[in-house]
Design a protein around this ligand. Structure first.
Ligand code: NOJ
Length: 585
């Protein structure tokens, strides 16, 4: 680091720096393209984010995670990076990004950026050079170029299946027009996979980390973090058995990569964090990435994918906490992101679990039920130990947009499924900020947004919800402010509250736990109302209590227990709710 950037890196540490900030942080995910548009072209940008930082401050977040903001042909919404050290001109400039990082920090908000190490854009100079240099060249060694099988090399090298469905190899054409080698892409053909056994690849990414840490980012979210290393023997899936033997996923060699990254993060002032996007079903192998010299945290997708219900939530929470404890890492809690169906829509369906391969057009949903549950789930996850991720628009209770005109859908998941999977654009529609008609304040003027917003969003704008004490936005504001005030929340122990005083909620549909002596969270995942424990005051509820002071179905409450009675097993169902419910349905 030279002296000039060192100064900048030091400035990246907030005045009151807590080295453990990441263990309890509330992190808001900004999908730049759809957050706010500053220049009126219908696409979100950094100017739009800078103008709305006050909104995020008021909401009460500790950090922002930005989806990739680099120059990109957008074959996969920016996860096809052409230059890791610049900003896409549609979003702004590098200078603006630096100012944004500093502006946010001045409000006490840290910045986490997205790094994409598994693959790059086919327009990246490295891949273009590899294509031009031809078979056997050093330029091709940075990727997975391979001759095809069969006499003429026209058989695919392996039958590995893409996370976006379909094949993972594309054949190149030689300069003389003859068919050439094949190259590997675990996602689209526009996203060639890098060869992580090559020292250039490792060096380049370590340097990219330094580039952004020097500019004050507080952490990186690591895209497809468990996919980087491939088995060079190119076996088919299942040919080699046993943990760590999958040819493309969760290979043991990955841990060295992240140990090297951790050493870089730790060499900076303040705590710079590594957050993994890790889809690994075995929870112990998952938490292996969170050992003290590897990543700080990783997204907890197990919880996200669970169906609505006390038993399934409890099982996930217990397994998560038990697996994280031995490595000393906090869990994360994530209800959604830019890849998955919005909770309001998902929780209103017959089948409330999430799975990519299940996504279809036209699955019926009950949006009202979904909203009640999504609000309850917000209280639940905000009360659990660890850090919390909020995907933009969830604080407005936005539903998935399921009727986008097909010709406007851009997501490759839609196309690669042959049009069966609606894709992920339905959760990426530009946010509604104000006014009665599209673009709802997203863009200045009357710009046409890159994806159309539903007319019905006029009641869901920030402006409309700010004026309504019972809105989902005000629920989120209250819960995040309370979470900040209550020292029991965030990182720390959780105690299941199974011995609820009789007469209080102890049905199988109820999830109840305590944080500290006096805080309790009660989630009623059933349809019938349940009584609250005696001596409880309601700090916040996701739906108002009914006329008898009971917690309705599909609702959650944060409770303050009377000090004297906090350990009581008093069987009298006295309801001593002293505060009015803080929110309305
Ligand atoms: C995970 C990202 O969240 C997703 O949006 C992207 O398509 C894939 N990784 C590939 O980069």
């Amino acid at each position: 680091m030279d002296t000039e950037v060192l100064t900048r890196a030091e400035r990246a540490v907030p005045a009151s720096d807590d080295p453990l900030w990441w263990r309890s942080a509330v992190i808001y995910q900004v999908y730049v393209r759809s957050f706010a548009d500053g220049n009126g072209d219908g696409t979100g940008d950094l100017a739009g984010v800078r103008a709305r930082l006050g909104y995020l401050k008021d909401l009460g977040v500790d950090a922002i995670w930005f989806n990739p903001w680099y120059p990109s042909p957008m074959a996969d919404g920016g996860y096809d990076v052409q230059d890791y050290r610049d900003i896409d001109p549609r979003f702004g400039t590098l200078e603006e990004a630096e100012l944004l990082i500093q502006d946010a920090l001045a409000l006490g908000i840290r910045t986490i950026i997205d790094v994409v190490p598994n693959h790059i854009s086919d327009q990246h100079p490295w891949f273009q050079a590899a294509l031009a240099a031809g078979p056997g060249s050093p330029e091709r060694e940075r990727f997975w170029f391979h001759p095809g099988k069969g006499e003429n090399g026209d058989e695919i090298p392996t039958h590995w299946v893409s996370s976006f469905q379909g094949e993972t190899w594309t054949r190149t054409t030689n300069p003389d027009g003859t068919p050439g080698e094949w190259y590997l892409h675990m996602f689209t053909p526009e996203q060639p996979d890098l060869n992580w056994n090559h020292p250039d690849v490792r060096r380049e990414h370590e340097d990219i980390l330094r580039f952004w840490f020097d500019r004050g980012v507080a952490g990186v979210r690591i895209d497809s973090a468990a996919l980087l290393i491939k088995d060079p023997d190119l076996p088919e899936v299942g040919e080699k058995q046993g943990p760590g033997q999958h040819p493309t996923e969760d290979r043991d060699e990955l841990h060295d990569v992240y140990r090297a990254w951790r050493a870089i993060a730790d060499s900076y002032p303040g705590t710079r964090v590594l957050v993994g996007e890790i889809w690994v079903p075995d929870i112990v192998r998952f938490t292996n990435y969170l050992r003290p010299d590897e990543m700080h945290t990783a997204f907890n997708f197990d919880f996200l994918a669970r169906p609505w219900g006390a038993a399934s939530f409890r099982e996930s929470i217990e397994q998560t906490l038990a697996a994280h404890a031995p490595v000393g890492a906090p869990s994360t809690w994530v209800l959604s992101n830019h890849d998955v169906t919005r909770p309001v829509t998902r929780y209103g369906r017959e089948d409330t679990a999430f799975a990519f391969l299940k996504k279809r057009f036209g699955v019926p949903t009950d949006p009202e039920l979904g909203l009640h549950r999504a609000r309850a789930a917000a209280l639940l996850v905000a009360a659990l130990p660890g850090s919390l991720y909020i995907y933009q628009g969830d604080e407005l209770g936005l539903p998935e947009v399921e009727d986008l005109p097909r010709e406007l859908i851009q997501d490759p998941m839609h196309y690669r499924s042959g049009g069966i999977d609606p894709g992920r654009d339905g959760c990426r529609v530009p946010l509604p900020w104000s006014g009665d008609a599209a673009p709802f304040g997203f863009s200045p003027g009357r710009a046409r947004t890159w994806l159309p917003q539903p007319e019905a969003w006029r009641t869901l704008t920030v402006q409309a919800q700010a004026a309504d004490p019972g809105s989902t936005l005000n629920l989120y504001r209250r819960l995040l402010h309370l979470r900040r005030q209550l020292p029991e929340l965030g990182d720390g122990p959780l105690e299941w509250w199974d011995a609820l005083p009789s007469g209080a909620a102890s049905a199988p549909d109820v999830l109840a736990f305590r944080r500290g002596e006096r805080f309790a969270c009660l989630v009623n995942t059933g349809d019938a109302s349940v009584p609250l424990p005696p001596d409880a005051s309601v700090l916040l509820s996701s739906t108002p209590l009914d006329e008898s002071g009971r917690l309705p179905g599909n609702a959650a409450a944060w409770l303050r227990m009377d000090a004297a009675a906090s350990r009581s097993t008093d069987s009298t169902p006295r309801i001593t709710t002293t505060e009015p419910p803080a929110s309305r349905g």
